[in-house]
Design a protein around this ligand. Structure first.
Ligand code: ARG
Length: 235
Protein backbone atom coordinates (compact mmCIF):
# COMPACT_ATOMS: atom_id res chain seq x y z
CA UNK A 1 0.00 0.00 0.00
CA UNK A 2 0.91 3.58 0.05
CA UNK A 3 3.17 5.69 -1.94
CA UNK A 4 6.43 6.03 -0.14
CA UNK A 5 8.22 7.28 -3.21
CA UNK A 6 6.22 10.48 -3.43
CA UNK A 7 4.89 9.71 -6.90
CA UNK A 8 1.63 11.37 -7.74
CA UNK A 9 -1.39 9.12 -7.27
CA UNK A 10 -1.78 5.67 -5.82
CA UNK A 11 -4.08 4.17 -3.23
CA UNK A 12 -4.33 5.40 0.35
CA UNK A 13 -5.68 2.78 2.75
CA UNK A 14 -7.62 4.39 5.62
CA UNK A 15 -7.96 3.08 9.17
CA UNK A 16 -10.37 4.07 11.93
CA UNK A 17 -11.79 2.98 15.30
CA UNK A 18 -15.61 2.90 15.19
CA UNK A 19 -17.83 3.46 18.22
CA UNK A 20 -17.08 7.17 18.40
CA UNK A 21 -20.27 8.86 17.16
CA UNK A 22 -20.72 10.92 15.07
CA UNK A 23 -17.10 10.69 13.84
CA UNK A 24 -16.97 6.94 13.15
CA UNK A 25 -20.03 4.74 13.49
CA UNK A 26 -20.79 1.15 12.60
CA UNK A 27 -24.45 1.04 11.49
CA UNK A 28 -26.00 -2.20 10.27
CA UNK A 29 -22.52 -3.44 9.40
CA UNK A 30 -21.75 -0.26 7.47
CA UNK A 31 -19.01 2.13 8.45
CA UNK A 32 -20.02 5.79 8.32
CA UNK A 33 -19.65 9.07 10.17
CA UNK A 34 -18.17 12.54 9.80
CA UNK A 35 -14.54 11.39 9.57
CA UNK A 36 -15.41 8.71 7.03
CA UNK A 37 -17.31 11.05 4.73
CA UNK A 38 -14.83 13.89 5.23
CA UNK A 39 -11.80 11.78 4.32
CA UNK A 40 -13.62 10.38 1.30
CA UNK A 41 -14.42 13.92 0.12
CA UNK A 42 -10.88 15.12 0.83
CA UNK A 43 -9.20 12.28 -1.08
CA UNK A 44 -11.59 12.80 -4.00
CA UNK A 45 -9.96 16.24 -4.38
CA UNK A 46 -6.49 14.68 -4.76
CA UNK A 47 -4.78 12.49 -7.33
CA UNK A 48 -5.01 9.56 -4.90
CA UNK A 49 -7.67 6.89 -4.54
CA UNK A 50 -9.03 5.80 -1.19
CA UNK A 51 -8.72 2.06 -0.49
CA UNK A 52 -10.97 -0.12 1.68
CA UNK A 53 -11.47 1.05 5.28
CA UNK A 54 -9.81 -1.06 7.98
CA UNK A 55 -10.99 -1.07 11.58
CA UNK A 56 -8.89 -1.24 14.74
CA UNK A 57 -9.12 -0.51 18.41
CA UNK A 58 -8.09 3.08 18.90
CA UNK A 59 -4.87 2.25 20.71
CA UNK A 60 -3.69 0.06 17.79
CA UNK A 61 -4.07 2.69 15.06
CA UNK A 62 -0.63 4.27 15.29
CA UNK A 63 1.06 0.87 15.10
CA UNK A 64 -1.15 -0.04 12.11
CA UNK A 65 0.02 3.15 10.41
CA UNK A 66 3.73 2.88 11.14
CA UNK A 67 3.78 -0.79 10.10
CA UNK A 68 2.23 0.08 6.73
CA UNK A 69 -1.01 -1.82 7.33
CA UNK A 70 -2.84 1.47 6.67
CA UNK A 71 -1.74 4.79 5.16
CA UNK A 72 -3.95 7.27 6.99
CA UNK A 73 -5.73 7.43 10.36
CA UNK A 74 -9.16 9.08 10.39
CA UNK A 75 -10.30 8.60 13.98
CA UNK A 76 -10.96 11.97 15.61
CA UNK A 77 -7.35 11.73 16.66
CA UNK A 78 -6.05 14.71 18.60
CA UNK A 79 -2.79 16.19 17.40
CA UNK A 80 -0.44 15.80 20.39
CA UNK A 81 3.29 16.31 20.78
CA UNK A 82 3.60 12.77 22.07
CA UNK A 83 2.00 11.29 18.94
CA UNK A 84 4.06 13.59 16.77
CA UNK A 85 7.16 11.76 17.99
CA UNK A 86 5.94 8.77 15.97
CA UNK A 87 3.60 10.03 13.22
CA UNK A 88 2.65 13.25 11.45
CA UNK A 89 -0.71 14.96 11.16
CA UNK A 90 -2.51 16.96 8.50
CA UNK A 91 -3.85 20.38 9.33
CA UNK A 92 -6.60 20.32 11.93
CA UNK A 93 -10.20 19.67 10.81
CA UNK A 94 -12.10 19.75 14.13
CA UNK A 95 -11.69 21.03 17.70
CA UNK A 96 -12.73 19.53 21.02
CA UNK A 97 -12.50 19.60 24.81
CA UNK A 98 -13.11 16.77 27.28
CA UNK A 99 -16.58 16.31 28.78
CA UNK A 100 -17.51 14.34 31.87
CA UNK A 101 -20.55 12.13 31.30
CA UNK A 102 -22.66 10.79 34.18
CA UNK A 103 -25.83 8.72 34.39
CA UNK A 104 -28.92 10.75 33.46
CA UNK A 105 -31.00 11.86 36.42
CA UNK A 106 -28.69 10.14 38.89
CA UNK A 107 -27.60 11.67 42.17
CA UNK A 108 -23.97 12.13 41.16
CA UNK A 109 -23.50 15.56 39.60
CA UNK A 110 -19.83 16.56 39.71
CA UNK A 111 -18.84 20.05 38.63
CA UNK A 112 -15.04 19.76 38.70
CA UNK A 113 -12.37 17.08 38.31
CA UNK A 114 -11.87 17.20 42.10
CA UNK A 115 -15.44 15.93 42.50
CA UNK A 116 -14.39 12.73 40.69
CA UNK A 117 -11.91 11.87 43.47
CA UNK A 118 -12.19 8.30 44.68
CA UNK A 119 -14.92 7.36 42.17
CA UNK A 120 -14.78 4.63 39.51
CA UNK A 121 -14.08 6.51 36.27
CA UNK A 122 -13.97 5.20 32.69
CA UNK A 123 -12.25 6.22 29.47
CA UNK A 124 -11.08 4.59 26.24
CA UNK A 125 -7.57 3.14 26.12
CA UNK A 126 -4.97 5.33 24.53
CA UNK A 127 -7.13 8.47 24.31
CA UNK A 128 -6.70 11.99 25.56
CA UNK A 129 -9.69 11.28 27.85
CA UNK A 130 -7.60 8.58 29.50
CA UNK A 131 -4.74 11.06 29.72
CA UNK A 132 -6.92 13.50 31.68
CA UNK A 133 -7.90 10.76 34.14
CA UNK A 134 -4.30 9.60 34.45
CA UNK A 135 -2.63 12.98 34.79
CA UNK A 136 -5.24 15.07 36.58
CA UNK A 137 -6.62 12.38 38.88
CA UNK A 138 -4.36 9.33 39.30
CA UNK A 139 -1.01 11.11 39.12
CA UNK A 140 -2.45 13.89 41.28
CA UNK A 141 -3.24 11.33 43.99
CA UNK A 142 -7.01 11.88 43.75
CA UNK A 143 -7.82 8.49 42.27
CA UNK A 144 -6.49 5.01 43.03
CA UNK A 145 -5.18 3.42 39.81
CA UNK A 146 -7.73 0.63 40.40
CA UNK A 147 -10.56 3.17 40.20
CA UNK A 148 -9.70 3.91 36.59
CA UNK A 149 -11.45 1.56 34.14
CA UNK A 150 -9.90 1.43 30.68
CA UNK A 151 -12.26 0.41 27.85
CA UNK A 152 -11.57 -0.76 24.30
CA UNK A 153 -14.23 1.69 23.12
CA UNK A 154 -16.59 4.34 24.47
CA UNK A 155 -19.77 2.42 23.61
CA UNK A 156 -18.79 -0.14 26.25
CA UNK A 157 -17.88 2.63 28.71
CA UNK A 158 -21.25 4.35 28.25
CA UNK A 159 -23.09 1.05 28.78
CA UNK A 160 -21.18 0.55 32.02
CA UNK A 161 -22.09 4.10 33.03
CA UNK A 162 -25.79 3.42 32.42
CA UNK A 163 -25.47 0.24 34.48
CA UNK A 164 -23.75 2.02 37.34
CA UNK A 165 -20.45 0.17 36.98
CA UNK A 166 -18.62 3.47 36.67
CA UNK A 167 -19.69 6.87 38.02
CA UNK A 168 -18.34 8.98 35.17
CA UNK A 169 -16.79 8.68 31.71
CA UNK A 170 -14.31 11.20 30.30
CA UNK A 171 -14.42 11.76 26.53
CA UNK A 172 -14.39 14.28 23.70
CA UNK A 173 -17.23 16.77 24.02
CA UNK A 174 -18.82 16.30 20.56
CA UNK A 175 -19.06 12.56 21.22
CA UNK A 176 -20.38 13.13 24.74
CA UNK A 177 -23.08 15.34 23.20
CA UNK A 178 -24.05 12.56 20.81
CA UNK A 179 -24.26 9.96 23.60
CA UNK A 180 -26.30 12.45 25.61
CA UNK A 181 -28.86 12.54 22.80
CA UNK A 182 -28.91 8.79 22.22
CA UNK A 183 -28.31 7.16 25.60
CA UNK A 184 -29.28 7.49 29.27
CA UNK A 185 -26.36 9.76 30.10
CA UNK A 186 -25.70 13.49 30.42
CA UNK A 187 -22.77 15.87 30.44
CA UNK A 188 -22.01 17.01 33.99
CA UNK A 189 -19.31 19.50 32.99
CA UNK A 190 -16.59 20.08 30.41
CA UNK A 191 -12.86 20.34 31.09
CA UNK A 192 -11.13 22.57 28.55
CA UNK A 193 -8.22 20.90 26.80
CA UNK A 194 -8.29 22.81 23.50
CA UNK A 195 -7.67 19.76 21.31
CA UNK A 196 -7.48 19.73 17.51
CA UNK A 197 -8.05 16.65 15.35
CA UNK A 198 -5.92 15.81 12.32
CA UNK A 199 -5.62 12.88 9.95
CA UNK A 200 -2.56 10.85 10.89
CA UNK A 201 0.05 9.90 8.27
CA UNK A 202 3.49 8.30 8.43
CA UNK A 203 6.30 10.69 9.27
CA UNK A 204 8.09 10.24 5.97
CA UNK A 205 4.91 10.47 3.92
CA UNK A 206 5.09 14.13 2.93
CA UNK A 207 3.36 13.52 -0.39
CA UNK A 208 0.22 12.12 1.23
CA UNK A 209 0.21 14.72 3.99
CA UNK A 210 0.50 17.52 1.46
CA UNK A 211 -2.19 16.06 -0.78
CA UNK A 212 -4.58 15.68 2.18
CA UNK A 213 -3.91 19.24 3.30
CA UNK A 214 -4.72 20.48 -0.19
CA UNK A 215 -7.83 18.30 -0.25
CA UNK A 216 -8.91 19.69 3.12
CA UNK A 217 -8.49 23.21 1.84
CA UNK A 218 -10.50 22.36 -1.28
CA UNK A 219 -13.46 20.92 0.67
CA UNK A 220 -13.40 23.94 2.96
CA UNK A 221 -13.52 26.27 -0.02
CA UNK A 222 -16.15 24.40 -2.03
CA UNK A 223 -18.65 24.09 0.85
CA UNK A 224 -18.42 20.30 1.30
CA UNK A 225 -16.79 20.63 4.72
CA UNK A 226 -19.64 22.81 5.99
CA UNK A 227 -22.24 20.50 4.45
CA UNK A 228 -20.76 17.52 6.29
CA UNK A 229 -20.59 19.45 9.56
CA UNK A 230 -24.24 20.39 9.22
CA UNK A 231 -25.16 16.82 8.38
CA UNK A 232 -23.36 15.20 11.34
CA UNK A 233 -23.57 17.86 14.08
CA UNK A 234 -26.67 19.59 15.33
CA UNK A 235 -24.77 22.67 16.51
N1 ARG B 1 -9.61 12.71 20.43
C1 ARG B 1 -9.26 11.67 21.37
C2 ARG B 1 -7.84 11.24 21.17
O1 ARG B 1 -7.25 11.55 20.17
C3 ARG B 1 -10.18 10.47 21.29
C4 ARG B 1 -10.27 9.84 19.94
C5 ARG B 1 -10.99 8.52 19.97
N2 ARG B 1 -11.32 8.12 18.63
C6 ARG B 1 -11.98 6.98 18.29
N3 ARG B 1 -12.22 6.77 17.05
N4 ARG B 1 -12.35 6.15 19.21
O2 ARG B 1 -7.25 10.60 21.99
Amino acid sequence: TGNGTGDVGGTIVPGTAPGFPPFEIKEGGELTGFDVELLEAVVAETSYELGEWKEFEFDSLIQALTSGNIDVIAAAMTITEEREQTISFTNSYYEADQSILVAKGGDFSPSSLDDLSGRPIGAQKGTTGEQVVQEELVDAGKLEPSNYKAYDNYVLAVTDLENGNVDAVVLDKPVAQTFQQERDVEIAFTYETGEAYGFGVRKDDNAVRQALNEGLQAVEENGTYEELRNKWFSE
